[in-house]
Design a protein around this ligand. Sequence first.
Ligand SMILES: Nc1ncnc2c1ncn2[C@@H]1O[C@H](COP(=O)(O)OP(=O)(O)O)[C@@H](O)[C@H]1O
Ligand SMILES: [Mg+2]
Length: 353
Amino acid sequence: MAVVFGGRSNEHDISLISASHIIASIPKDKYDIVMVGITKKGHWFRFMGDPEMIKDGSWESCPDNLPCVISPDPIHKGIITFSGDDVSKVRIDVVFPVIHGKNGEDGTLQGLLDLAEIPYVGCDLISSACCMDKSVTHTILEQHGIKMAKWVKVLLCDSARLDEKCAECEEKLSYPMYVKPANCGSSVGISKVRDLEELKAGIKLAFAHDRIVVVEEEVIGRECECAVMGNTEPFASAVGEIAAANEFYDFDAKYNNAESKTYIPANIPEESSELIRQTAVKAYKAIGCCGLSRVDFFLTEKGEVILNEINTMPGHTPISMYPKLMEHAGISFAEQEDRLIKLALDRAGVDYE
Ligand SMILES: Nc1ncnc2c1ncn2[C@@H]1O[C@H](COP(=O)(O)OP(=O)(O)O)[C@@H](O)[C@H]1O
Ligand SMILES: [Mg+2]
């Protein structure tokens, strides 16, 4: 099998930590692991060094690294490695794409693996893409009666009539609002805005990241997350809670601020927890997710459950919510990885026993 890590998104560094944790946990008696790292610039290398070197990025300077690609041609299935004039191929039965965000969690890598006919862990092309794009997630889930924040979609082609679009936001939504690039992640490009001037600036900032922008009304509530695993009969974990150290769960609060805390299980009423778990599975099925996803919610004071987003390749670092919630359900980290790989093979109809 291959573990692919790194990638061009702003979550590159998180992917490195997730991947080294996953590689350390995958049962070696069952799987031979080929490590493939993608640099921030998008160059692919087969890495053959100590997996410990992945975590801090030092894998990139390993002299044994060889440029490689995954062939999209199923006849030449596998990883093709280039060494001077020599070209060699390693057969791959399954890929664990441990890449968060753009060009990894958004269906692009999944599309390549579909062409190659190589089974892979996690959501397929279309469900990955639908969860990555917050405007598509809104549209699909609302059709299934799943509540999300009130919102307005703004397109780059609306730029010439931005005043009109801002008036629409003000008419449909109250301040404060959150302005988000539809496809990003890690809170990058997101701003909380309190007036028209900030709204305009927020939309312009978001356009630097995407041509589709989602403006949402603020939901006042606790941030709760639920881990889901499975293909046709998904299992939902207990609910965890995030208490952000900053005003909202921005990039700094997520990755730098030790004051941000997670609670497992969340200290919320049993009925709220049950509603979150049921809604997580309903949303997972509505979008057609498979393998795994972490479904994020707000729980309001009145007990309303409002879905925020679905992450199809959630963080897998030792302190990440997804693996911790699954561990809480009695599934060890090694067992989680094994199950995820088997779900990938199952989905592809491969008999692995
Ligand atoms: N509508 C909203 N109401 C309240 N807080 C929000 C809203 N949207 C986003 N946030 C805050 O911003 C954070 C990041 O937004 P999110 O949509 O989860 O983006 P990302 O995909 O980057 O994680 C959330 O965890 C939450 O703290
Ligand atoms: Mg989020």
